[in-house]
Design a protein around this ligand. Structure first.
Ligand SMILES: Cc1cc2nc3c(=O)[nH]c(=O)nc-3n(C[C@H](O)[C@H](O)[C@H](O)COP(=O)(O)O)c2cc1C
Length: 226
């Protein structure tokens, strides 16, 4: 507890017992890909934004975490999109080791990923950018993500500038915007159990390097204490 009197006394109380169905070795899928897809579909049925995921980076200036949206998933890994000049992009450039956290606590689950981030190819970023709404496309152009800005008015003026610049035509992908593929070497499935005695089953790439999430022989499973 903090030294001074707590401003959030209700947070200290154990009000909710995290009871899910748990997760056993028997029911765990053969591959992390299948397990993730199964849990993602469960999350989709219950949660408003199941693809909102916390991305943690550890650049030269220390760790930082922020929510991003998962936009693609396959055997290679997890794909998210962002500004390549943002703070997170700078951190990834300094240290490509990242972590992801899917915080699905309303269903007493979380998925934790550790892996290596790399830029996706331009064609992939182009295709995704083209699928976005025009408004989002223009915002991407107008935002020097992570940089200080004096006021909302400055932002609105910048948006108006890009609106007139691209008026009447398609909005191309900004060269400073695109995707990252996070290629995991560790994927943990966490399921809440009675009295905080939770289940944690972790897929670990056998050679410690990012591996194909859909290839069972590339992974071993470890149970960890909660
Ligand atoms: C639910 C949610 C989804 C978000 N999705 C994205 C996203 O997909 N890409 C992105 O760059 N920022 C996204 N953001 C904003 C980031 O959390 C963050 O503010 C921004 O990327 C700047 O982070 P940085 O300065 O650490 O680079 C999202 C925020 C929230 C709350």
């Amino acid at each position: 507890m903090p030294h001074s009197s707590s401003r959030l006394p209700e947070a200290a109380g154990e009000r909710i017992d995290y009871v899910s169905e748990g997760l056993s070795e028997d029911e765990l899928a053969e591959t992390p890909a299948d397990q993730f897809v199964a849990w993602f579909h469960d999350a989709e049925r219950t949660l408003p934004e199941p693809n909102a995921v916390v991305l943690a980076t550890a650049g030269d200036d220390g760790p930082a975490a922020r929510a991003v949206l998962l936009k693609d998933f396959g055997g290679d890994g997890f794909v998210v999109y962002t500004n390549y000049s943002s703070r997170k992009a700078r951190s990834i450039g300094e240290n490509p080791q990242v972590a992801l956290l899917f915080p699905w606590h309303p269903i007493f689950r979380q998925v934790r990923v550790r892996g290596i981030a790399e830029k996706v190819d331009d064609a992939t970023s182009d295709a995704y950018f083209a699928s976005r709404s025009r408004g989002s496309q223009l915002s991407a152009w107008a935002s020097a993500q992570s940089e200080p800005v004096g006021s909302r008015q400055v932002m609105d003026e910048r948006l108006a500038e890009v609106e007139s610049r691209f008026a009447g035509g398609d909005v191309p992908r900004p060269p400073f915007w695109g995707g990252y593929l996070i290629r995991p070497f560790e994927v943990e499935f966490w399921a809440g159990r009675h009295d905080r005695f939770h289940d944690r089953l972790v897929y670990l790439a056998v050679d410690g390097r990012p591996a194909d999430l859909a290839a069972a022989p590339d992974w071993r499973v470890e149970r960890r204490y909660p």
